[in-house]
Design a protein around this ligand. Structure first.
Ligand code: SAM
Length: 195
């Protein structure tokens, strides 16, 4: 069985669209097999987006592991920040570019394994991170993020308690100033601030 973060060309494409209103803005998203959360906005992703919107960020934002693009596209449309989105999965990159056009936003979408094709610094990095790549790879992705944050930059992630959020908070405290900024239905919104 292939995972949503793997490139699997043999996986049949079956595009499924859905529409959603967020903070009085209407969005349409195309999703597909082989990409995270087909057919619906993931609850954790939605909680993360709503927390970020309430913070009213400005500056440069990276959506790390963008999938079909909900985080970057919503932030671009509502906050009009400068958005870069990246993912290792080619189908996710294709969908993100398509969804940016459908929702009339201009964003920079880059195929990248972690930060390998990213050559910039960001005020904020936002991610529903790929827990399924395993703790070692996940921690590397989160620790590497520090080098791509500007001074005082901050990363916001959503992690389920049952997927190790509490130990992640403890382990990341060595690298970042860590705070939990919201909790709902077992999902934690965590801020990792460069210090
Ligand atoms: C939990 S999904 C979140 C997708 C999307 N942001 C959302 O919230 O619907 C994590 C994403 O990280 C991507 N990913 C996994 N490993 C990666 C890596 N090494 N570099 C970049 N992206 C990766 C996966 O392909 C997947 O799209």
């Amino acid at each position: 069985m292939s995972h949503y973060f793997e490139n699997d060309d043999s996986l049949k494409s079956e595009i499924k669209d859905f529409e959603i209103n967020i903070f009085d803005n209407h969005f349409i998203f195309s999703t597909d097999n082989g990409v995270f959360s087909k057919g619906e906005l993931d609850y954790g992703t939605e909680l993360l987006i709503k927390n970020i919107l309430n913070l009213n960020l400005s500056g440069k934002v990276l959506d790390l592991g963008c999938g079909y693009g909900p985080i970057g596209i919503v932030l671009k449309k509502i906050l009009n920040v400068d958005v870069t989105m990246c993912d290792i999965n080619k189908r996710a990159i294709h969908l993100s570019k398509m969804n940016a056009k459908k929702n009339h936003v201009l964003v920079n979408v880059i195929e990248s394994d972690g930060y390998e094709n990213i050559d910039d610094h960001f005020n904020y990095i936002v991610s529903n991170p790929p827990i399924r790549i395993g703790k070692k790879n996940l921690y590397k992705l989160l620790i590497d993020s520090k080098d791509y944050l500007s001074d005082n930059g901050e990363m916001f992630i959503v992690v389920r308690k049952e997927q190790g959020a509490l130990s992640l908070i403890k382990d990341m405290s060595v690298y970042y100033s860590v705070k939990t900024i919201d909790k709902s239905k077992g999902f934690l919104i965590i801020s990792l601030k460069k210090c």
